[in-house]
Design a protein around this ligand. Structure first.
Ligand code: NDP
Length: 457
């Protein structure tokens, strides 16, 4: 059984990582999310560099923080009234040491280059942890699909792909979905790619099941999050059965995390969207949530008009004041800060895992560690989505279609292996129980070795 004592700080001031970080700050001004993601990784690598000085000589860190390629492009489209709009599209192909670039596409008004770089950088280590052959990338646009008609979304997706197609391909770069990009958007983008290239090929993952998608891809991130948390709980002589779980978001990750928690006997009592959160002491009714969010595309507050015991609160931050045993932030970056972490600790929360990318601020993570709470960072905890995307690529290459059971078993095995690897790396580098360090170290070493082997490219 694992001990519940976490080694909090790994290495804070290493002159080499500090110098790399300062260079990142000066070369990438105005991109705080990217700085935050880089700092978290660099802060964990001091002991690795002491043990493997060959990484220093080959300037692996300096190369790793510089994307291999960054694309920014214009996306013009027309709304239903004939009015013209211009959005900005991005694809950052960060690192291809382990395989073709792989990472999602985000449609959200907050998207700018710094967000895509932070997500692309995280993706390098996440993809490495899955054990599959995938490099790291991310893409997106500041287009807001909310309130747009299906035909407007289609025209936008077609325009976006009309530029993106020339940079991607099944052996080059294989995008997937992310915030604001689900089955509908994937379909429109795939259709346009196929038309331009005259090729039906596995260039996107998260495709529809009738045209090259994989079973379990829709559920993968949420299920994977619960599989890895279940391993961690088991290692600490606990299980989801009977636990109260607080989840934020009400999109793809949140919905399927909720489903798996319920299957394992836990009770999910909160969900949210960018306007506010619901609290249902009876446990959220997932059929209502799916109908409201996935079918009707309405706001989460509609839930309380059906379930009279539930309460809706405007604004998102209060969600972490609700007493729970396990907290799973599944909405967006930096949604859980130090105050929220303190509230969770005070209310007896025992474990937190990141379904979203970087939803916890560094200060919140310090609070978890200093309170000996179990904590799994997103690059390990939400790797299930990209893992099944990797399995979708494998099925496409072989022209086969796996059963739900086979894909689900593979996902579970991958999440279990990730848990073992990050625990082992944390042990080996003298910070047992610190899965932030474990994930960064285990993810990094594989990429660094591949970069060394492939020469100065
Ligand atoms: P969805 O678009 O399906 O859902 C996102 C959810 O988060 C919605 O409920 C949305 O509310 C809420 N949200 C978005 N932005 C904000 C904000 N600024 N403040 C509060 N709530 C917000 O996205 P996913 O579920 O796919 O993604 C959620 C997170 O998980 C993201 O961080 C993503 O990068 C990460 N992730 C997703 C993977 C996947 O396979 N889908 C894989 C790995 C990570 P609203 O409807 O109001 O916008």
């Amino acid at each position: 059984m694992a001990t519940n004592t976490v080694t909090q700080t790994v290495v804070v001031t290493n002159p080499v990582t500090q110098a790399v970080y300062e260079q990142v700050l000066s070369r990438n001004p105005g991109e705080p999310e990217f700085h935050q993601a880089v700092k978290e990784v660099l802060d964990c690598l001091g002991p690795v560099l002491n043990k493997h000085p060959q990484y220093l000589k080959a300037k692996i860190l300096e190369r790793l923080v510089e994307p291999e390629r960054q694309l920014i492009f214009r996306v013009p489209w027309q709304d239903d009234n004939g009015e013209i709009h211009i959005n900005r599209g991005f694809r950052v192909e960060f690192n291809s040491a382990l395989g073709p670039y792989k990472g999602g596409i985000r449609f959200h008004p907050s998207v700018y280059l710094g967000i895509i770089k932070f997500l692309g950088f995280e993706q390098i280590f996440k993809n490495s942890l899955t054990g599959l052959q995938m490099g790291g990338a991310k893409g997106g646009t500041d287009f807001d699909p909310k309130g747009k008609s299906d035909s407007e979304v289609m025209r936008f997706c077609q325009s976006f792909m009309t530029e993106l197609y020339r940079h991607i391909g099944p052996d080059t770069d294989v995008p997937a979905g992310d915030i604001g990009v689900g089955g509908r958007e994937m379909g429109f983008m795939f259709g346009q790619y196929k038309r331009i290239k005259n090729a039906f090929e596995g260039v996107l993952t998260g495709k529809g099941l009738e045209w090259g998608g994989s079973l379990v891809r829709t559920e993968a991130t949420g299920y994977g999050l619960i599989y890895i948390m279940d391993e961690l709980l088991k290692d600490n002589a606990k299980s989801f059965d009977g636990l109260t779980v607080s989840i934020s978001g009400s999109g793809n990750v949140a919905i399927f995390a909720t489903q798996k928690v319920q299957q394992l006997g836990g009770k999910v009592i909160t969900l949210s969207d960018s306007n506010g959160f619901i609290y249902d002491p009876d446990g959220v009714n997932l059929d209502t949530v799916k109908q409201t969010k996935l079918v009707e595309r309405k706001r989460i507050k509609e839930y309380v008009s059906i379930h009279k015991n539930a309460r809706y609160t405007e604004g998102c931050s209060g969600i972490w004041n609700v007493k729970c045993d396990v907290a799973l932030p599944c909405a967006t970056e930096n949604e859980l800060d130090r105050h929220a972490a303190e509230a969770l600790a005070k209310n007896g929360c025992i474990a937190v895992a990141e379904g979203a990318n970087m939803p916890c601020t560094p200060q919140a993570v310090d609070v978890f560690h200093s309170n000996n709470m179990l904590f799994v960072p997103g690059k390990a905890a939400n790797a299930g989505g990209v893992a099944v995307s990797g399995l979708e690529m494998a099925q496409n290459s072989q022209r086969v279609f796996w059963t739900f059971e086979k894909a689900d078993t593979e996902l579970k095995n991958i999440m279990t292996t990730i848990y073992k690897n990050i625990s082992q790396a944390a042990q080996e580098y003298d910070c047992p129980g610190n899965f932030v360090a474990g994930a960064n170290i285990a993810g990094f070493i594989k990429v660094a070795n591949a970069m060394l082997a492939q020469g100065l490219v």
